[in-house]
Design a protein around this ligand. Structure first.
Ligand SMILES: CC(C)(COP(=O)(O)OP(=O)(O)OC[C@H]1O[C@@H](n2cnc3c(N)ncnc32)[C@H](O)[C@@H]1OP(=O)(O)O)[C@@H](O)C(=O)NCCC(=O)NCCS
Length: 232
């Protein structure tokens, strides 16, 4: 499902339930040794997804530990992102010669709990997110906004290394002409930073879709000469 949101060079693997064949490395198992069963299952299944994506890139399997602020630690030369929510786990990886950063997020396509939208949305976003969409293009816009902001953070943090609050990025969305439950979004970072490659980071372009009771968002930042670059 998520692969339709991604450029060339990215490798996506996903699961819609627990993967009993996924196995953790000792260092990974130590991170969730005392966690509830549900957390251990999502952590294990998504790492199974990550290892299948590594294989798709022609790489040997490797542990995915958590670094500062829980940022996933990928093998050298690899960028990626992981997400899990009820009924869905996904990992997207790429070589850093193709993409410099990836951020993905999945959420149930259900309204946010009362009060959450007001705490994550800027005024213009609030009006958009409160406008209901029914019929063929039905999607919970408040949840879509939330998911896209999470994808922004997961792209931003590994790239820039600083925190980003919900009111630090202004998002706007479009719907594809040929597919009313799929589209694009733009994130303008109101407090720009500098990426690990020395380039300014002022915003991101992403894609979204609503399907199978889920809202899924993805951002892939192309490397200047990589396979993920739109002009290549
Ligand atoms: C970290 C955060 C984005 C995770 O999102 P979530 O919807 O709660 O959870 P998901 O299941 O989708 O994603 C979890 C995965 O995110 C990844 N992740 C966690 N911290 C991360 C970070 N600092 N940078 C990048 N990825 C991170 C991990 O791979 C994690 O999986 P794991 O725990 O199995 O290793 C969220 O909890 C958070 O802290 N948000 C606040 C910051 C924010 O969103 N700001 C908005 C800016 S516009």
């Amino acid at each position: 499902m998520i692969e339709v949101l991604l450029p060339e060079g990215a490798r996506a693997r996903e699961a819609f339930g627990p993967d009993g064949s996924a196995v953790l490395y000792p260092g990974e198992a130590a991170l969730v040794a005392t966690a509830p069963q549900e957390r251990r299952e999502e952590f294990t299944t998504v790492r199974g997804c990550a290892r299948r994506a590594m294989a798709d890139l022609g790489l040997p399997p490797a542990p995915v530990l958590n670094g500062r602020r829980n940022v996933p630690q990928w093998p050298a030369g690899v960028v990626g992102s992981m997400t899990h929510c009820a009924g869905y786990r996904a990992a997207v990886l790429a070589r850093d010669t193709d993409l410099v950063a990836i951020g993905i997020d999945a959420e149930p396509d259900m309204p946010l709990r009362p009060g959450i939208l007001e705490s994550i949305a800027l005024p213009g976003e609030l009006a958009w997110a409160r406008t209901p969409v029914t019929g063929a293009g039905r999607v919970c816009r408040d949840r879509l906004l939330f998911s896209a902001k999470e994808a922004v953070y997961k792209t931003w943090f590994p790239l820039v290394g600083t925190e980003l609050d919900f009111d630090d990025a202004r998002l706007s969305f479009r719907t594809d002409a040929d597919s009313p439950r799929r589209g694009t979004f733009r994130a303008v970072v109101l407090r720009p930073g500098t990426g690990s490659d020395g380039r300014p980071v002022t915003g991101f372009a992403g894609r979204w879709l609503a399907d199978r009771g889920l809202v899924v968002t993805a951002i892939a930042v192309p490397a200047p000469d990589g396979a993920g670059h739109p002009d290549r």
